[in-house]
Ligand binder design. Structure first.
Ligand SMILES: CC(C)(COP(=O)(O)OP(=O)(O)OC[C@H]1O[C@@H](n2cnc3c(N)ncnc32)[C@H](O)[C@@H]1O)[C@@H](O)C(=O)NCCC(=O)NCCS
Ligand SMILES: Nc1ncnc2c1ncn2[C@@H]1O[C@H](COP(=O)(O)OP(=O)(O)OP(=O)(O)O)[C@@H](O)[C@H]1O
Length: 197
């Protein structure tokens, strides 16, 4: 089984690419889903957040108020690192369990869609890493538009990750998503063909 890591900057187009790969029946392990599961009501992940961040990050129904926690961590490096420490191990375990499940199924290609792939060293479990790239100004523009953020909020989120230019340098496969989506799909098709998947 070939393990393809898929990453990029926030709002650079990872989901756009992973949805396209999923439409070709390629299985995807999505770290953002794992990151939600490990903080569901009743998990030790959610409990540890309450312990370290205070009850104000909970909504009235006891679930995580993602907007509030996001507002706290994206402009505060110390708190962001604390959250990463609290959840990192549980997210890793969630991802590696999925990988082990797929290994038993004898499939040719598995995609790991992980926003913080390089930041958390997941390249070690991948055979190759595909980086979805857009220049920083397009990334900022798309993030503001999609999430309805102010320029400062969007820039804080971008700055909370390894820069997209650095990810571009590290990439084994670079997908340029700054033009039309069809142009991006074409680059994916070329790679799939080349690899005979
Ligand atoms: C802070 C939280 C509650 C904000 O939730 P929200 O629904 O607003 O955003 P969502 O989870 O959809 O994430 C959106 C994007 O933000 C970026 N992001 C998320 N967490 C982080 C982080 N700790 N550091 C840098 N970027 C991050 C990713 O690119 C992600 O795709 C949430 O992002 C979270 O729990 N983050 C910590 C878990 C984590 O590290 N997730 C990344 C998985 S590798
Ligand atoms: N080639 C493109 N042309 C125009 N808009 C695009 C293109 N690719 C993606 N978008 C838009 O940009 C936004 C970000 O794309 P997407 O959600 O795929 O990014 P992402 O990397 O998965 O983001 P995140 O890190 O937050 O999960 C979305 O609103 C999407 O519709």
């Amino acid at each position: 089984m070939f393990i393809l890591g898929l990453t990029g900057g926030i709002a650079s187009g990872k989901s756009t690419v992973s949805n396209y790969l999923a439409s070709k029946n390629i299985p995807i392990v999505d770290a953002d889903i794992g990151a939600r599961e490990v903080v569901e009501v009743g998990t030790e992940g959610l409990q540890s957040i309450v312990t370290h961040f205070d009850k104000e990050v909970l909504s009235e129904d006891g679930s995580l108020n993602r907007k509030k926690l996001g507002a706290i961590i994206f402009d505060n490096e110390t708190k962001r690192e604390l959250l990463n420490q609290l959840l990192g191990t549980n997210i890793r375990e969630w991802i590696l369990t999925k990988v082990a499940d797929y290994r038993r199924q004898d499939i040719p290609l598995l995609v790991l869609d992980i926003p913080l792939l390089y930041e958390a060293s997941y390249q070690e479990v991948c055979d190759a890493v595909m980086v979805v790239y857009t220049p920083p100004e397009i990334q900022l523009e798309r993030l503001i538009k999609r999430n309805g953020l102010t320029t400062k909020e969007a820039q804080d989120r971008i700055n909370s990750q390894l820069s997209i230019e650095k990810k571009k340098q590290l990439a084994d496969i670079l997908i340029d998503n700054s033009n039309k989506i069809e142009d991006t799909y074409l680059q994916i098709d070329e790679w799939l063909d080349k690899m005979k998947f």
